[in-house]
Design a protein around this ligand. Structure first.
Ligand code: HEM
Length: 150
């Protein structure tokens, strides 16, 4: 189950990244072009939020079964001094959860905004900050905690 979930979580990152890029570009274009915030815009934001929530659920399960995290949690003092263990025990989960919270706030605050311009603006800004945080917490092959592409 661990390996299967790890692959699912790893592959889903691309769905998250593509959806986030699409929402952010559409929101900035809508904001600057004074466009109408349509049902498609709302749904795109919703599906993107669902995709990051799905990552959160899979990530939480992984957190409790991952041998890497378990070995870090067994001795947090030592783990904090080790780049890789600190990343998996603290940085990956904390940064992603903050990003996911911002995206969730972005969706709900955009829904309640009075004008279409405000809806696009809130979506653009909250999703963009969430995107930057999530991108920074992915163990890309070139990062200090490099993992594979899938
Ligand atoms: C949108 C948010 C997230 C993205 C894009 C993401 C992405 C990734 C990626 C690419 C990996 C590496 C998979 C591999 O080695 O094949 C990974 C591993 C992992 N993630 Fe996430 N993640 C996210 C959120 C979370 C959250 C919120 C948690 C915890 C609650 C979490 C916990 C973990 C754990 C425990 C591992 C596996 C460590 C291991 O055993 O090697 N992730 N994640």
């Amino acid at each position: 189950m661990y390996i299967g979930l790890l692959h699912l979580h790893s592959t889903l990152r691309y769905v998250v990244v593509i959806l986030l890029i699409a929402v952010i570009i559409k929101a900035f274009l809508g904001w600057s072009g004074n466009k109408t915030f349509t049902e498609t815009d709302r749904k795109l934001g919703l599906f993107t939020m669902i995709s990051v929530h799905l990552q959160l659920v899979i990530g939480l399960i992984l957190y409790f079964i991952s041998p890497v995290v378990q070995s870090a949690l067994a001795d947090m003092g030592a783990a904090m001094k080790n780049t890789e263990l600190r990343f998996w025990a603290v940085e990956h989960i904390a940064t992603n959860i903050i990003g996911i919270i911002l995206i969730t706030i972005g969706y709900s605050t955009a829904k309640r905004a009075a004008t279409d311009k405000a809806k696009f603006m809130r979506t653009a800004l909250f999703y963009l900050i969430g995107f930057v945080l999530i991108m920074s917490a992915i163990p890309w092959p070139w990062s200090r905690v490099a993992r594979g592409w899938f």
